[in-house]
Design a protein around this ligand. Structure first.
Ligand code: S3P
Length: 461
């Protein structure tokens, strides 16, 4: 018997939504490779722009977010060519060699691309206008603009509260600074370091909680002098010597753990599943979800652990099985900041209460993810509540009801998380808009269907 799936009307951003839906499926079986890591893909293009000569990239994520960064790099002077699937060539202009872009840099939905590029522009004597979609226009940019102002950059115009669209002017002479980030954010850290590339002397960033370190690692691969020391119990001090001549690099980008998280959780909750996720980056600053799922009793094995291009990579073998609720400490947040929506889905299938602590940063992601996850869970018949910055999900050790439409608020990870929930729920789950999934995981639909998932992406792949 087929169940009618209610579908929401056009999504909140005003454009027509592209509804998608998922039905109970399984067992999921097979071996798949999630797309290239988004954080590394943005950085590979940007550092390619800032190096003199030809950088080669394999495994680049060809999602809309990264393509927006590629367009911006071109506008700033790079020659960029796609050689084949995931294979790209960047001919850079070098630190100090950027040209003033003729057009507005439109970053679409991409927070990382726009914020890192503000660091680049804010450290160079050029002016550029940044814009994006309704989600990006709503996100805070002061956290980037404040340290850039200390380095000499000025905001010529902006929407209210320093939001996009905004025009940023870099100084004639960039000042090196020592800056302690007020929130744990790899984007803030990276923007300061990128501006510091064009400052004489040392730029230092202090973070009280260590965040993903791809900028530091990749800058070294491009020949920069970067040193990292521990700071306090969980933090780091990063020191960069400015005005290097970056040399081009040859980079291979592993699968994105934040994207692999969706087939991973799907395999845990769809009865009888066994899935292998190929070549997933297991950098310890990105593996908070794996730690948490293992505490919940998940059957996940890391095999074939190796190092490639300075990053640890593993194949993950995932088998479905019972999960129990756990308490997730706040200090784990930076290492799994993008994975809370799908962790909340796993928690909905677990036995008992999962408390995820200290999620204030989730309120300023592509959507207010704390509210969006809570709302989607409640609509799906899951007991969930927000207490301060904590999200509490009470699982019943079985399938949640599903059946009600879920709002995605222009947020790819909310969209994929609730499609995953639909794969195990009693009734199908529809989302109002799956179009944004193309920002980070363009082949999500076909990849999941290849494992046996019953997912209908509407007009999308
Ligand atoms: C990212 C940093 C994180 C993360 C984002 C990617 C990066 O954002 O949520 O998806 O590549 O630096 P914050 O810096 O805002 O924590």
């Amino acid at each position: 018997m087929s169940t009618a799936v209610p579908v929401l009307s056009p999504s909140a951003h005003g454009g027509p939504g592209r509804p998608a839906r998922a039905r109970r499926s399984g067992p999921l079986r097979g071996r798949v490779r999630a797309p290239g890591d988004k954080s590394m893909s943005h950085r590979a293009l940007i550092f390619g722009l800032l190096a003199v000569g030809e950088t080669r990239i394999e495994g680049l994520l060809e999602g809309e977010d990264v393509l927006a960064t590629a367009r911006a790099c071109r506008a700033l002077g790079a020659e960029i060519e796609r050689l084949g699937e995931g294979r790209w060539r960047v001919r850079g202009v070098g630190v100090g060699g950027l040209k003033r872009p003729a057009e507005t840099l439109d970053f679409g939905n991409a927070g990382t691309g726009s914020r890192l590029m503000m660091g680049v522009v804010g450290g160079h004597p050029i002016t550029a206008t940044f814009d994006g979609d309704a989600s990006l226009r709503s996100r805070p940019m002061r956290r980037i603009l404040d340290p850039l102002a200390l380095m000499g950059a000025s905001v010529l115009s902006s929407a209210e509260g320093g939001r996009l669209p905004l025009t940023l002017q870099g100084p004639e002479r960039t000042l090196p600074i020592a800056y302690e980030t007020p929130v744990p954010s790899a984007q803030v850290k990276s923007a300061v370091l990128l501006a510091g590339l064009n400052a004489p002397g040392a730029t230092t960033v202090i973070e009280r909680e260590a965040t993903r370190d791809h900028t530091e690692k990749m800058l070294r691969a491009f020949g920069a002098d970067v040193t990292v020391e521990p700071f306090g119990a969980h933090g780091r001090t990063i020191r960069l010597v400015g005005q290097p001549e970056l040399r081009p690099a040859s980079l291979s980008i592993p699968a994105d753990p934040s994207s692999a998280a969706f087939p991973l959780v799907a395999a845990l909750i769809a009865a009888g599943s066994e899935v292998t996720l190929d070549s997933v980056m297991t950098n310890p600053l990105r593996t908070g979800l794996l730690t948490t799922l293992k505490e919940m009793g998940a059957d996940v094995t890391l095999t074939n652990i190796r190092e490639e291009g300075g990053e640890e990579i593993s194949d993950l073998v995932v088998r479905a099985g019972p999960l129990v609720g756990v308490d997730v400490p706040p200090e784990r947040a930076p290492s799994m900041i993008d994975e809370y929506p799908v962790l909340a889905v796993a928690a909905a299938f677990a036995e008992g209460e999962t408390r995820m602590r200290g999620l204030h940063e989730l309120r300023v992601k592509e959507s207010d993810r704390l509210a969006a996850v809570h709302d989607g869970l409640v609509r799906s018949g899951v007991e969930a509540r927000i207490e301060g910055d904590d999200l509490i999900v009470v699982g019943r050790g079985g399938a949640p009801g599903g059946g009600a439409p879920v709002k995605t608020h222009l947020d790819h990870r909310i969209a994929m998380s609730f499609l995953v929930l639909g794969l195990g729920a009693e009734a199908p789950v529809a989302i109002d808009d799956g179009a944004m999934i193309a920002t980070s995981f363009p082949a999500f639909g076909p990849l999941m269907r290849g494992l046996g998932a019953d997912i209908d992406m509407g007009d999308a792949a």
